[in-house]
Design a protein around this ligand. Structure first.
Ligand code: MOS
Length: 709
């Protein structure tokens, strides 16, 4: 009855689905449409005050004097925080969170002061009147692959080996009949959730437990609590974090950033008054994480029939000098295709730039771009269909570890996706379809994302008033957790879903892991199933008012025996205007294999959302950091373009049926991130097919794709 059962792969997942698999509408939908669902900056507090950040205008040096006289003279200003006056934090080991602890500046846009005032307008006015004098030091904000100070991080996110090697890649490149060696790049990218990073913080020193309340826009209330408590030197029970709704995070709200710590500090400067801190859109480009730019050198060695002898990716990317984040860009190449010889490496440049972090599918998303375009180039060289080339390199077992896959249906995704998209019969020649002044082409790329289960999460299930009420500090960041967790709990309890409520988003509930790594449903769902089984075991089918039980996510022994990943196949049609080079994507199709789909309506929304974000990555998203200033010059949505309605045309996602008895009792795999993974490569490959121009550097702006005159 558990997912650790050894009886083989023909069993089906443990839960008999009744609610699972149904197209239930979002439980929080009506509240969101009616505007009664509150977000962090509008949390219901009495008499709030407002905090505004003063950000550094240099990339490196010292803020030697911060003159607050004029700001403090304004009516309504309650406090001005500077490196000299701000409270001393208990822990400064995380330099990103050591807000105002000394006068050093490590990147442009860093917090060098903050104003708390009775109104937002006064806070903004006062912040502009804080005079900062800098001692400027030479900074370095230019990433390149030939820097002589590139270094090897100890591991890459979250805990992968930095470098791997199997067989002899150099020998494969020397002996294979067909080889290919190319450099691909992806730019700095910013998450840009619609809801800015925001916190409403209240410090009530006379309360013991819950003295600090944070209404924080976050992907995990418990991780925020433990981090903020440690930084401030508080006991965890002195901190309550509340977050029922999030207007998107994409990883940028996965770990607390400086704004959350600042909110707590500002609240402690004005005890008893709730303080609202919301980053401006511009501040989100320096204070809320981003995806590092990547430079990927990809090597493929192949036989004439397409079988790979070797595959390698050597990645150069950046981190901040003040804090390391090493994106795992090479990791998907370790187990995507069969090849006896393989190598993956990561090298970092530590620059005077904002701290990079998680952005939707860190690792897989940038790391599938180079290899998936390289495969398209190899297919063209071999005269082979790019779908067939991928199928030819399908491994029987995980090529890195030798473990069997719990389920792996990449081939099914490629075949079904090709069918749905209308791939069969495609003319392989590039630059031959000119229709009404547009070059038309189609392209394919694969996607993958691992099945993560977090080690910590606990659920309580109680019986009250004829209903089952579960509590777990999980997060719904727009993904649908409010809706799918009751579906899982209902099936585990064997009752109609209407009889089950699952409360999330508050540290008053039992601890839950971050909504990250597409792990939420697996982790929290497994905790709920464990609690439901124990509830039934203890109280039977006819419980009494007040019966309650608590259970934690069990370890999954199967994850030692099996490689567990979701897969997908992306297909794109691209139109490139023959005169202007304008690139449009009339059609995007994704077919995924992600285990059992808990709620098709919400799953499709996640997959389409990922693909839409991938479309933005393909065509327009590009954070332009001027190395002369260390400043992202297009730091707003007027100039950092994301894909919106007019960019999205015929966008479709579907999936193949997959029974995976090993991943978890639901048989589900994560779906929040895989939708973005192969999109950009599929679009780039389609643009080549349309024009014959191979673009290896994202985004695919018109200057790059315009066919030579
Ligand atoms: Mo996701 S980038 O793991 O929050």
């Amino acid at each position: 009855m558990t997912d650790t059962d050894m009886t083989g792969t023909d069993m089906t997942p443990a839960l008999a689905p009744h609610a699972i698999g149904r197209d239930l509408a979002r439980r929080d939908g009506a509240a969101k449409v009616r505007g009664t669902a509150f977000y962090a900056d509008e949390s219901p507090v009495e008499n709030p005050v407002y905090c505004r950040i003063v950000a550094s205008t240099i990339a490196r040096g010292r803020a030697v004097s911060v003159d607050t006289g004029e700001a403090e003279g304004l009516d309504g200003v309650l406090a001005v925080l500077t490196p000299a006056t701000a409270e001393r934090l208990a822990s400064t080991s995380d330099a990103e969170l050591a807000v105002l602890q000394d006068d050093r500046v490590g990147f442009r846009g860093q917090i060098v002061g903050a104003v708390v005032a009775e109104s937002f307008e006064v806070a903004r006015d006062a912040a502009a009147r804080v005079r900062v004098e800098y001692e400027v030091a030479a900074h370095d904000a230019a990433l390149s692959a030939d820097r002589d100070d590139l270094y090897t991080p100890d591991q890459v996110n979250p805990t992968y080996e930095t470098d791997t090697a199997q067989g002899d890649m150099a020998a494969a490149m020397a002996s294979a009949p067909v080889t290919l060696e190319r450099t691909y790049t992806t730019p700095m990218l910013h998450n840009n959730p619609m809801e800015p990073h925001a916190t409403t913080a209240l410090w009530e020193p006379d309360r013991g437990a819950g003295a600090l309340t944070l209404y924080d826009s976050t992907q995990g209330v418990h991780p925020v609590r433990s981090t903020v408590a440690a930084v401030l030197g508080l006991d965890e029970d002195q901190v309550r974090v509340v977050c029922p709704y999030v207007g998107g995070g994409f990883g940028s709200k996965g770990m607390p950033h400086a704004n959350t710590v600042l909110a707590a500090m500002a609240a402690r400067a004005v005890p008893g008054r709730p303080v609202r801190v919301a980053l401006t859109r511009q501040q989100m480009f320096s204070l809320a994480g981003y995806r590092t730019p990547t430079i990927q050198q990809v090597q493929l060695a192949a036989q004439r029939d397409g079988a790979l002898d070797g595959i390698a990716i050597d990645v150069v990317e950046q981190t901040s000098r003040i804090k390391e984040f090493a994106e795992q860009t090479g990791v998907p190449t370790r187990n995507m295709y069969a090849a006896p010889n393989r190598r993956t490496t990561h090298r970092l440049a530590a620059l005077d730039v904002p701290v990079p972090s998680w952005m939707r599918a860190p690792g897989e998303c940038p790391g599938m771009f180079g290899p998936e375009v390289a495969l398209d180039e190899l297919a063209a060289e071999l005269g082979m269909d790019p779908v067939e080339l991928r199928i030819r390199n399908e491994p029987d077992v995980d090529p890195e570890t030798g473990k069997p896959f719990s389920t792996r249906n990449l081939v099914a995704c490629l075949r079904r996706g090709a069918e749905q998209f209308g791939w069969p019969g495609r003319d392989p020649r590039p630059g031959v379809r000119l229709e009404g002044g547009w070059w038309i082409g189609t392209g394919v790329a694969s996607a993958t994302y691992p099945v993560y289960r977090m080690p910590v999460s606990t659920a309580v299930i109680g019986y009250s008033g004829g209903r089952y009420v579960a509590r777990i500090g999980a997060a719904d960041i727009g993904t649908g957790a409010w809706t799918v967790l009751p579906q899982i709990a209902a099936d585990a309890l064997g009752v109609p879903v209407q009889e089950v409520e699952v409360l999330i988003g508050d540290t008053e509930y039992p601890p839950a892991s971050v909504a990250g790594g597409s792990s939420g449903t697996t982790t929290w769902g497994s905790a709920l199933v464990a609690a439901a089984e124990q509830f039934r075991g203890k109280f039977g089918a006819d419980p009494h008012e007040g019966d309650e039980i608590e259970a934690s996510v069990p370890e999954n022994a199967a994850s030692e025996r099996f490689a567990m990943h979701a897969y997908g196949a992306h297909f794109a049609e691209v139109a490139v205007h023959a005169d202007t080079g304008e690139v449009r994507v009339p059609r995007l199709h994704g077919t995924f294999a992600a285990g059992r789909i808990v709620n098709p309506r919400l799953a499709r929304s996640q997959l389409l959302g990922g693909m839409t974000m991938g479309l933005g990555m393909a065509l327009m998203e590009d954070s332009v950091l001027d190395p002369r200033t260390g400043h992202v010059v297009n730091h707003d949505l007027a100039e950092y373009h994301v894909a919106t309605n007019a960019d999205v045309a015929d966008l479709r996602a579907d999936w193949v049926h997959e029974d995976d008895p090993h991943v978890n009792p639901m048989g589900s795999k994560g779906i929040g991130e895989i939708g973005i993974v192969g999109t950009a490569a599929a679009v780039a490959n389609a643009a080549w097919h349309a024009t014959g121009v191979r673009v290896r550097d994202l985004p695919l702006t018109l200057d790059k794709v315009l066919p030579p005159a």
